[in-house]
Ligand binder design. Structure first.
Ligand code: NAD
Length: 297
């Protein structure tokens, strides 16, 4: 029997434990604050920002959204980031990606105060992650670690194959797997668009994390029996329904399930975890900035 991980259930469990952490902060008069900055007219970005806002409200985080027009000068964004960096009631700052082309994404990552960088994209936080001393683990790969833990999948000594080398998913995922720490200690292969014979790599894996953004491209023929398959992909494909589209992952679920021992669905797998781990990092940020200790899930 294949174990299908229910990302919504794992996420709900972590969120309920986070509520207790938020209560601990509240006893010292601290309300964690997260400000999301949106500089885009992109529908998907607007949806993500409103989902984050709602998640904050539901759990007791002071979630605020600041919007800029996509054609505003880049300096307006950097001035806003400076203002948010200076505010003691804002513990976390998230600039929704992608930013417009005239804004230097790397400068955005550098500009957010590293203590408030709840995405974990600031070079200092990336360096800490690589060095094995993470302050804020990037939300999606951290969510994957929590899903594996919830399913009782051990990473130690296992062959992990990460497909995709983006700064937000693939690279930090591989960096977490190689750490000498719980959820790490895996022998890790990072595959990407120039990898030759991807199937040979994934067939050797005990754990495959798919994050390439290609609909259903990893199928059962690319997996060995007993693999754990974590599907990060979220792809819109045409469908004969009211919306005219449906969401699929990077994994062909039906054929992969024939081989996998453990698998995540899309939707309802990794997706719910990303915002949950953002809430986690915001609570941690509030604790670090106010010196109020909290127990984190
Ligand atoms: P990205 O587009 O930045 O990077 C894709 C990566 O895939 C690249 O590093 C590229 O080298 C690699 N790649 C492309 N073609 C490949 C091939 N044929 N073989 C092997 N590797 C190949 O993507 P991203 O931002 O990391 O997102 C990946 C997917 O995950 C997307 O579908 C995205 O929507 C989804 N995503 C989901 C969540 C979530 O919360 N579940 C969060 C972030 C991203």
């Amino acid at each position: 029997m294949t174990d299908e991980i229910d990302g919504n259930a794992v996420s709900a469990q972590i969120r309920s434990e986070l509520e207790a952490s938020i209560d601990q902060l509240g006893e010292s008069g601290v309300t964690p604050g997260l400000t999301t900055v949106l500089m885009s007219e992109d529908n998907a970005s607007q949806t993500y920002v409103s989902m984050k806002q709602r998640a904050c409200e539901n759990i007791g985080i002071d979630g605020q959204t600041q919007e800029l027009d996509a054609d505003q000068p880049a300096e307006d964004l950097f001035d806003l980031i400076d203002d948010l960096n200076a505010r003691s009631d804002v513990h976390g700052i998230l600039v929704q990606m992608p930013v417009p082309d005239h804004v230097d994404k790397r400068r955005v990552f550098r500009s957010v105060d590293s203590m408030k960088d709840v995405d974990g994209f600031h070079p200092e936080n990336v360096g800490r992650l690589v060095a094995g001393n993470a302050r804020y683990k990037p939300c999606t790969p951290h969510g994957v670690q929590k899903l594996l833990e919830s399913a009782g999948v051990k990473t130690e000594g296992k062959e992990a194959v990460v497909v995709g080398r983006s700064d937000i998913v693939g690279k930090p995922m591989a960096n977490l797997f190689i750490q000498k720490a719980p959820g790490g200690n895996a022998t890790t292969t990072l595959c990407h668009s120039r990898t030759t014979d991807l199937a040979a790599k994934t067939r050797q894996a005990d754990i495959v994390v798919a994050a390439a953004g290609l609909p259903e491209f990893i199928d059962g023929s690319m997996l060995s029996e007993g693999t754990t398959v974590i599907d990060v992909g979220i792809n819109h494909v045409d469908a004969d329904n009211d919306k005219g589209y449906k969401l699929v992952g990077d994994v062909d679920f039906a054929s992969a399930k024939q081989k996998a021992d453990v698998i995540t669905p899309v939707p309802g797998g990794v997706g719910p975890m990303t915002i949950t781990m953002l809430l986690y990092n915001t609570v941690k940020a509030a604790s670090l900035q106010t010196d109020v200790p909290v127990d984190l899930p």
